[in-house]
Design a protein. Sequence first.
Length: 310
Amino acid sequence: MRKNEIFDRNLAKYKKQMVERALLALRDDIEKGDITTEAVIKKPIRMKAAIISKSSGILCGLLEAKEILKGLNVKSNKNEGDKIRKGDVLLTLGGDGRKMLQNGRIALNYIQILSGIATTTNELAKKFPGKICSLRKIHPCLSYSEKRAVKVGGGFTHRLGLSDGFLIKDNHLAVISAELFGGKFSEEEKAAAVKEAIKRAAVYRKRKKLSYPIEIEVESERQAIAAADMKRKTGAPDAILIDNKKPKEVASIVKAIRSIDSSILIEASGGITPKNAKNYINAGVDVISSSYLTLRSKPLDVSLIIKGYK
């Protein structure tokens, strides 16, 4: 399988879910009503406003923001993926001032959070094109939106959930080891569990007539060799994830895998940040994946300004 088939997903078909969750966030915020606006704004009044960037970065979040602001006259001055600078007008709004007050904050939340993710991803992706992946470590209910932000920034989405790709983790291997060996966890048993897990996944994929990639996480060179040995026998794994290893250890494991089967794509993960990413890239992996993109990116500063007051 090619890199994009294993680490990238088509997000277009998930637009409905992104919109539904954005509107749920709005409902959570309004809940029984905006009591402040109801108290101080007695009647509808038409206003004009703008959503303005107060920092520079890569824009994302317009899909959700526009849905949240439906009912207002919304005009985009920018597109998702555009470079934005401090002072840029992202959206202009017209209509009922009460709706602007009620819906504006949640729209801003989506723009600032997703733009922050897109910006951090873009900074890494420019340095290491085709090498940057996100993970399933995301904020609950923001999976599709945050994965889209990674893609907008130039990164790979990786699998979106448990149903669109096989990823055999260390805890899967722990359960298989317990099944096969009564809970023993020597390197020999772990290597045997790796082989058994790959065999089972390959059989399942064939029986279910699925085309999803099979990837397995390894934590030692012995486990990596065991995994790579299975490719010729079963057609799997398509990718091997080296987790929580230092760059020098990763480089040694990469060399061992490549000596057995150069078609297997290799991923590194675990403690990878913008500061040490280069060390892992130089270790020879095909991609690096990091939760830093979705969980530690700094949100962009954006504001909604009602015209004429300031």
